[in-house]
Design a protein around this ligand. Structure first.
Ligand code: SOE
Length: 374
């Protein structure tokens, strides 16, 4: 049995590595996931900053951080930190990440990296020489690494099509509200920037291919009387082509009753096809003319790339927090100077913002084909 430990080495004759320190900005759901992942990577969560002024102590308590700070300036000038995790509402991502980079720190910034292509492009430039990552965490499911190994090994034959979707239901009712719904806070795209971006990143990551053209339609399904600004799209349907000629369709929805976090893709090739579902992440469907099979996550039988992210023995299910932990652990390994394959960078964050921009541009015309800037 092969079990990979992601905690940093300590004691037992091993030279003790310096304990790295993090600051988490934003104390909502994602802030808590980031703080927990940092702790599990052996990192001290020394500083917290709440989204609202005056919430310093509360933010520290919520995140389990050593200290809370009232402002970003105070945090960046006082706190002894190596990495800043940006988990604020979307409209602040660029400003907070830029300030942390200017203070000489490494940054993990939630997606969307920025709410405009210009801001995201500037951040990629500012991040040169730093470790700067974006949590496209589904790359860190072991069965996603298995899928990538098999595709890059040519097992699919000629890949011809991909179908998929990312469906959630947490905003399915008109009374459901969240800052993401408000365009002034969440940005010009909601469902696509929030979850469609994950799907596109995952597809390009496993295939190594690029979406080059697309046409899209979006819809606002629910009137949300509570929203103070224009509500952004609940759904998107996208048709696309890739550099290597693959044809694809993608449906994104945050109003799909019964689906909680169903990121699903099925990639079809002339020799083999593959299906992955984020809500069932321990399995990979492998389809063949002669007979199909479902591969189970088992570190003893998977490729080395997949076994690397298998933290638990077969049958002991790994899930969302595990893939998030693996992403954060790899980011901190990169801070220590190790090269990590498949670590999503600010360049990948910019890529997602460009695809989102193309989706909105196409939808604004009613669905014209648009080239995606590379
Ligand atoms: C909410 O839609 C959300 O938490 C996203 O913001 C995350 O990126 C996704 O991983 C899960 O769903």
């Amino acid at each position: 049995m092969t079990v990979t430990h992601l905690t940093l080495p300590a004691g037992d004759g091993v030279a003790e590595a310096k304990i790295l320190r993090s600051a988490v900005v934003g104390a909502g759901f994602m802030g808590r996931v980031h703080a927990e992942a940092a702790r599990r990577a052996g990192v001290r969560v020394v500083a917290a900053l709440a989204g609202t002024p005056g919430g310093a102590a509360q933010a520290a308590e919520t995140l389990g951080a050593e200290r809370g700070y009232p402002t970003l300036e105070a945090l960046l000038s006082d706190a002894d930190v190596d990495v800043v995790h940006v988990c604020t509402p979307n409209f602040r991502h660029a400003e907070v990440a830029e300030a942390a980079l200017a203070a000489g720190l490494h940054v993990i910034c939630e997606k969307p990296l920025a709410t405009s292509v210009d801001d995201a492009t500037r951040l990629v430039d500012s991040a040169k020489g730093r470790v700067a990552t974006v949590p496209f965490v589904y790359r860190f499911h072991p069965m996603v690494r298995e899928l990538r190994s098999r595709l890059t090994g040519g097992e699919a034959g000629v890949v011809s099509t991909v179908i998929g979707g990312y469906l959630q239901d947490w905003l399915s009712r008109s009374t459901d509200d969240d800052w993401r719904v408000d365009s002034a806070i969440g940005g010009p795209s909601r469902a696509f920037a929030d979850i469609g971006s994950h799907w596109c990143d995952l597809f390009e990551f496993v295939t190594g291919d690029r979406i080059t053209r697309l046409c899209a339609q979006t819809a606002v399904v629910q009137d949300r009387p509570g929203a103070s600004n224009a509500s952004t799209e609940d759904t998107a349907a996208v048709q696309f082509q890739t550099a290597s000629g693959v044809l694809g369709t993608l449906v994104v929805s945050q109003v799909a009753a019964g689906r909680k976090n169903r990121l699903h893709l099925e990639i079809s090739g002339t020799e083999a096809s593959f299906g992955f579902d984020q809500e069932d992440p321990e399995r990979l469907w492998v389809g063949r003319r002669e007979g199909s099979q479902v591969l189970l996550r088992d570190p003893d039988t998977l490729s080395a790339a997949a076994a690397r992210y298998s933290l638990l023995p077969a049958g002991h299910a790994q899930g969302y927090q595990d893939c998030f932990d693996a992403f954060v652990a790899d980011t901190y390994r990169a801070v220590r100077g190790e090269v990590r394959d498949g670590l999503p960078s600010f360049a990948d964050g910019l890529r997602a913002v460009r695809i989102t921009d193309a989706v909105l541009a196409s939808a604004a015309t009613g669905g014209a084909w648009i080239e995606v800037a590379s």
